[in-house]
Design a protein around this ligand. Sequence first.
Ligand code: NOJ
Length: 523
Amino acid sequence: MTSWWRTAAIYQVYVRSFADGNGDGVGDLAGIRARLPYLADLGVDALWLNPWYPSPMVDAGYDVADYRDIDPTFGTLAEAEQLIGAAHAAGLKIIIDIVPNHCSSDHRWFQEAVAAGPGSAARELFWFRPGNGDQPPNNWTSIFGGPAWTRVADGEWYLHLFAPEQPDFNWANPKVREEFEDILRFWFDRGADGVRVDSVAVVVKDPELVDFEPDQPPYPHPYIDRDDIHEIYRGWRAVADEYGGDRALIGEIWLPDPERFALYLRPDELHTAFNFDFLSCPWDAAALRRCIDQTLDAHAPVGAPATWVLSNHDVVRHVTRYGRADTSFDHANRQVGAPSDRALGTRRARAAVLLTLALPGSAYLYQGEELGLWEVDDLPDGMRQDPIFARTGGADPGRDGCRVPIPWSGTEPPFGFSDGGTPWLPQPAAWTTHTVEAEDGDPGSMLTLYRTALRVRRDLALAETPMRWRDDLPAGVLGFDRGDVTFLLNLSGRPIPLPDRRILLASDAIGGELPPDTAVWLG
Ligand code: NOJ
């Protein structure tokens, strides 16, 4: 048994935007397979693939129509099996994405439920209710904007915390539980090394579906982080443990309270979860230190490893965030139109990845961050596909700006992403300097920094060594020791003198001093 997930560097492959193998402008499994050497060479340990199942793609595949197959746009089940095998041969683990809270309205169960009518067993697998005349059964709103209820032809309403095309399963029903445990086995049997679990904390609902009262204390909440949720993930852990103990469950858990968050990581529940506090944290020494301490303090009692994440397919890319006046991230306010200084954001992003990879635990990298890609915020409205855009009437542009297909080579779109196809979202012309080809071998490129940092982290087994803060540093400087290695990040706004030590790696050119927004690993 290996606990690879405790220290792994995991690369998130956003399937539709990674590499297009069949020339239709949408990324696919053939494209990923062809690029496995790039990923192995980058130095990551595992890949997390966003949902690849048959789907109407209302929410980019988070609306799953069949959990045991592959969408034809991406490939076939046989190709998925081949990809897992090829990744293993290249030394890479594969983490798939499972969506338990909801399916697609095209899923067979939902279609049967709609057809079977009120009072049927098929409707019991979802949340169908009569409602109050023309009013929905309660006041819940969708996370994507608008009401959380939609009415079917016979007058009943069904619950969807996300888009109307994503009906919520009723997890109080044992058939739902059995079904998902079986889906886990289906993919573990095909060699998946781990599962990223979508929207972990919202799957259990108040059985009475009581109204949400914003002025009341946070717990119990009618659908977020309810106490009886944990037994579900205990069941999932038991399934993972049937496979010898090296299959990992990784939770997508957005919760403000680090102690409640850590409850999901008890030894008989999920193995790890994304650290969104770190992702959301402003670029500030005191805030980062507080976040790191809180993270480590919350994880220690449950014995789970911390994780460190800067970006993913749901958030504004961090080159852009770190170049803004307000460097924090908040789903409720994506700071649409806020100016961003790209050079500054890039400088900070370089320092941030050295911080991320110096911390104890596992690290998640989102495709394209190793190239220094920024948020594409000038996509034409007509091309935006994220349901958030339409459901907020355009007030929130949604998440397409971080999902643009990544540039591989050449000097113009599609930048080697597709052979002949038009990328499903347009790539900025300025990415000509940010292709893999352009950055490969350039000592000053983001790609070279990532490759070097991942190699040094692996060689020194940095992720495993205990960490100790240094308290002998000027204000605004973050620093800690990992065994013989010292990490320093200068957030003070002024250059600081550097100790006379060997420089293992620096985020930018340095002389005898460490400039602002620069990080260094000292040996
Ligand atoms: C979280 C996923 O990361 C996001 O992309 C998706 O829209 C929601 N869950 C709903 O599944």
